[in-house]
Design a protein around this ligand. Sequence first.
Ligand code: TMP
Ligand code: ASP
Length: 253
Amino acid sequence: MARRTKVYEGKAKILYEGPEPGTLVQYFKDDATAFNAEKRDVIDGKGVLNNFLSEFVMNGLNQMGVPTHFIRRLNMREQLIRSVEIIPLEVVVRNIAAGSMSKRLGIEEGTALPRPIIEFYYKDDALGDPLVTEDQILAFNWASHQDLDDMVALAVRVNDFLSGVMLAVGIRLIDFKIEIGRQFDGDMQRLVVADEISPDSCRLWDVKTGQKLDKDVFRRDLGDLADAYSEVARRLGVMPKSPTPITRPKLMN
Ligand code: TMP
Ligand code: ASP
């Protein structure tokens, strides 16, 4: 069998050349890192869970008319995606204060924000992904005015969709991070949601108990990460252990 060409390897995923031009295969690893890879571990099954959870979210967004890079899941650890040029910014949307915002501004974790707040971070591991202003983004040409408008619009729609989906299964969406890519079609380009949307890139708290069901379980040593992600998958009806449910024959009438 021919060896696949690796295009890129990150902390949690590998990208391989896809079967057709303009496509890539995104492989989900079991590696977990935090604090710019200062803390790292391998969590059995995390890659499989994130592959299924991200498929669920991206499919939902596509159905809502929010464009994403996702085409389809291929197997337990891989999905077929459209090749895009990633904008070097992480877009964070916050509904409730937590994490770095709580630290930076001295707002107690769990405090509801007056409205969703959007932040941009410059993607650069050597610098630790610093928070940047819109003026810096424009001056350094990381994105245009139009791009920024489109990115905010995408982020708001992801927030609306994901908050609703999670609330329906008793989970509060505290905050999340997305990455956005340029998809080229001849002379035209459009911005699409890329990378992954999973408990690695969200904060998810149980509505009743406040229990954390996201990567903070790993960052803060709060318990078993795979158990937390499995609980999210179970509630959403996304169970990777039985990808092909046994169905009974239907009676025709
Ligand atoms: P923060 O509070 O640490 O800034 O994180 C905000 C959200 O972004 C949280 O849901 C976790 C997510 N996130 C990532 O996905 N990748 C990162 O590198 C960081 C720092 C945060
Ligand atoms: N910063 C990422 C996180 O904590 C992971 C990492 O940087 O290693 O989510």
